[in-house]
Design a protein around this ligand. Structure first.
Ligand code: PAF
Length: 277
């Protein structure tokens, strides 16, 4: 695997790839099986698979976990090598932001200020800005993102469409531990007791999805019951919401193509998950 630390270096490598099909998988590192499944899926779309690792300060709010976000570069490289990734772009902060970023991608409030955006104001603006930069730098034909961050994937799809970027966006299925917990770098923050409790988030949204499939149309009540279920087991739920898959707007009863999304805090760790109905 060729590792590129600078934009000039990765651009030169990209030019040398010529007409080969290139797929990129942007990450913040601390890779787990979910990321690796995206790397393998990328191979279906491309001759050259490229990963990026960059912990993007812009998408963290003050007081969030930017400083403590796990940086595990050597282990990440070993996993990428083993997965057959051809190129890695891993810049330091000064390479991506040599001076403070002055232009931003501003996703519309109806997409970016709901659900996660309500609890993490500015997150999607910072995320979309760095993703646009990474796509401009790596110039892929295809880019892959996990469905675990469902709202992120929607924002990226809309940004790419609105800016006419000639890039195919692919969503990869969420990879779960045996007990159902969605793999996430933030799972590493959980204590032993919290790790045992953590699969409840998936159990709760699975119950909501099953109720909808069985014909229950009282979405508000299903959402509230799910929040209570989490609360009584010591969680601080932020939202459990049944939304339309396409745009994550509220779903009228009977609407097909739904997804149930949830975010909740367990101790000091914030977990998110979702399940298509
Ligand atoms: O999902 C992530 O890891 C990040 O939000 C991304 C897409 C790499 C942008 O920093």
């Amino acid at each position: 695997m060729q590792v590129h630390a600078t934009i000039a270096d990765v651009r030169a490598a990209r030019t040398a790839m010529g007409v080969q099909r290139v797929a990129v998988v942007p990450t913040m590192g601390n890779l787990h099986a979910g990321h690796i499944s995206l790397m393998r899926q990328a191979r279906e779309y491309a001759d050259v698979v490229m990963a990026t690792i960059f912990v993007n300060r812009l998408q963290f709010r003050p007081g969030e976990d930017f400083e403590k976000y796990p940086r595990t570069f050597a282990a990440d490289c070993a996993q990428l090598e083993a997965a057959g990734v051809d190129h890695l772009f891993a810049p330091v902060e000064a390479e991506m932001y040599p001076q403070p970023q002055t232009y931003y991608v501003e996703p519309p409030p109806e997409q970016a200020d709901i659900l996660d955006g309500e609890f993490r104001p500015g997150h999607f603006r910072g995320m979309a800005t760095v993703v646009l930069k990474l796509l401009q730098i790596t110039q892929p034909d295809t880019a892959l993102f996990g469905k675990k961050d469902y709202q992120q994937l929607m924002v990226i799809r809309n940004m790419v469409a609105d800016f006419n970027l000639p890039i195919q966006i692919i969503g990869g299925e969420t990879v779960r531990a045996e007990d159902g917990l969605a793999l996430s770098s933030r799972n590493g923050y959980l204590s032993t007791a919290e790790r045992i409790e953590a699969p409840r988030l998936f159990q709760v949204i699975t119950k909501v999805a099953a109720a909808v499939r069985a014909g229950n149309l009282d979405y508000k009540q299903l959402e509230q019951e799910a929040m209570v279920q989490l609360q009584v087991h010591g969680w601080l739920p932020e939202y459990v919401a049944l939304r339309k898959k396409l745009d994550l707007q509220c779903a009228p009863a009977h609407d097909s193509g739904l997804v149930v999304l949830a975010a909740a805090r367990l101790g000091s760790t914030r977990l998110i998950d979702n399940l298509e109905v």
